[in-house]
Ligand binder design. Structure first.
Ligand SMILES: *Cc1c(COP(=O)(O)O)cnc(C)c1O
Ligand SMILES: [Zn+2]
Length: 425
């Protein structure tokens, strides 16, 4: 299982050993993660602002710097989600130049995982896998199931048994086989490594992980293009495995190297839930050693206790003079409400974490008010409604009469006590 390609290949992040293109995620010498490396000079003529602008309004406009095997014709319009200026949230948290990259509305399954899955499945097909799968904290399961269905691939997806019901249903509906594992994500992931070897299946975030991870770069390309080919000062990004935050920086560095954007320092800020915060804990302690944790948070999509790219993410954050923070489950639920009430964007628990962490970073003076800051909202609130359901009550029904409505409003506003004879029926 291998294909040849002159544009890119896998290399070890530590020792630089080359591996060509094959379904493999770690170096056999030093066990470090493999990463896709490109011949940047070879794509220089292809990857220009003009050619990108003339491309489709989706991630495939950046195809020249994605590991897409020859002959694969991408036709799913993934990504190119809105970058919106967040004036009202900014006012609330003391930020004058705040933007939201809104992957809550990513196509087709409402999270940024659609980006990584489309790149991984292109490679799964090139390697000849007929069955694909993943170990998932939820969003990845949804996206693999949906995109496998469209490509006519069989999907087998493994998740922790206690995943949110909406994320389970959002996987089953596409006809995927879903296996609930009695354990946490880290147990599931370890099992998937064994299954991938034994059954010769293509697991997008296991043996196809280097290709999968490259899909996250498109968040970075889009941010720069949507800012008018400028880099922001800061990026605030949620972290689970620690891949997305690193790949946004890789995208920025590639754009700088190719002369598409003027170089300037960009600081990266990682966001986690306190109940699963191995990376933010390492950053705060000034180390890139990740002490694995047993997750205990409602932010299930970020609940990876032993993150594969944790050390690299912690190192990168420190190298950019950034920081990482974590927030409680109560704070993340308030973050969901705050983003919805100020910007009209309903995000899932991960986005609540990111919003609450951003607020903390401004409050603590780690980001100053006039800097240009992009916060990455990565998933949709309709998948995790349980996180805030207990904060709202279904109020009593009102009779369809104007007087009853008026009375009800007064009751809500507490303007005056309702007339007893109107209440009594
Ligand atoms: C997977 C996921 C992340 C984190 O991605 P990593 O690359 O594993 O750090 C963030 N937000 C949401 C909603 C996710 O599903
Ligand atoms: Zn190596």
């Amino acid at each position: 299982m291998e294909y040849s390609c002159s544009a890119y290949e896998l290399k070890c992040n530590e020792c630089g050993k080359s591996f060509g293109n094959q379904p493999l995620s770690a170096c056999d010498d030093c066990l470090a993660p493999l990463e896709v490396h490109y011949d940047l000079e070879a794509v220089r003529a292809e990857f220009t602002r003009e050619k990108i602008a003339a491309g489709p309004a989706n991630i495939w406009r950046y195809k020249a710097l994605l590991p897409i095997p020859a002959g694969f014709e991408p036709d799913l319009p993934v990504g190119f989600t809105p970058l919106v200026k967040a004036k009202r949230l900014g006012k609330r948290i003391g930020a004058n130049n705040l933007y939201i990259k809104n992957d809550a509305v990513c196509f087709p399954t409402l999270s940024f995982k659609d980006r990584v899955v489309s790149v991984a499945l292109a490679n799964a097909q090139a390697f000849g896998f007929e069955t694909v799968g993943c170990s998932s904290t939820g969003n990845l399961a949804n996206s693999v199931a949906a995109q496998a269905a469209r490509l006519g691939l069989r999907a087998c997806i493994l998740v922790p048994a206690d995943l949110e019901p909406a994320k389970i249903l959002n996987t089953l509906v596409y006809g995927a086989r879903l296996v609930r594992i009695d354990g946490n994500y880290d147990h599931v992931n370890r099992l998937c490594t064994l299954i991938a070897d034994d059954y010769k299946w293509g697991f997008v975030n296991v043996n196809l992980r280097p290709y999968y991870a490259e899909g996250s770069k498109t968040v970075g390309y889009e941010i720069v293009e949507q800012l008018g080919w400028k880099l922001p000062d800061n990026v605030v990004c949620p972290m689970a495995g620690g891949s997305l935050i690193r790949k946004i920086r890789k995208a920025f560095n590639e754009l700088i190297a190719l002369g598409l954007v003027e170089d300037k320092p960009v600081r990266f800020f990682g966001a986690q839930a306190t109940g699963c915060s191995p990376i933010s804990t390492a950053v705060k302690q000034g180390t890139d050693y990740i002490e694995p944790q047993r997750p205990n948070t409602i932010a299930r999509s970020l609940a990876i206790g032993n993150p594969a790219d944790g050390p690299a993410a912690a190192k990168m954050i420190a190298a950019t003079n950034g920081w990482a923070e974590d927030v409680s489950d109560v704070e993340l639920a308030s973050g969901i409400q705050e983003l919805a009430e100020t910007e009209g964007i309903f995000t899932e628990t991960a986005g609540g974490v990111t919003t609450a962490v951003a607020a903390r970073l401004y409050a603590d003076g780690r980001i100053s008010e006039d800097e240009t800051t992009v916060i990455c909202i990565t998933g949709n609130g309709l998948k995790t409604t349980d996180a805030i359901a207990n904060r709202y009550e279904f109020d009593r029904a009102v009779r369809p009469r104007l007087a009853d409505f008026a009375e009800y409003l007064e009751e809500l506003d507490g303007v005056r006590e309702p007339e007893p004879e109107l209440v009594e029926v």
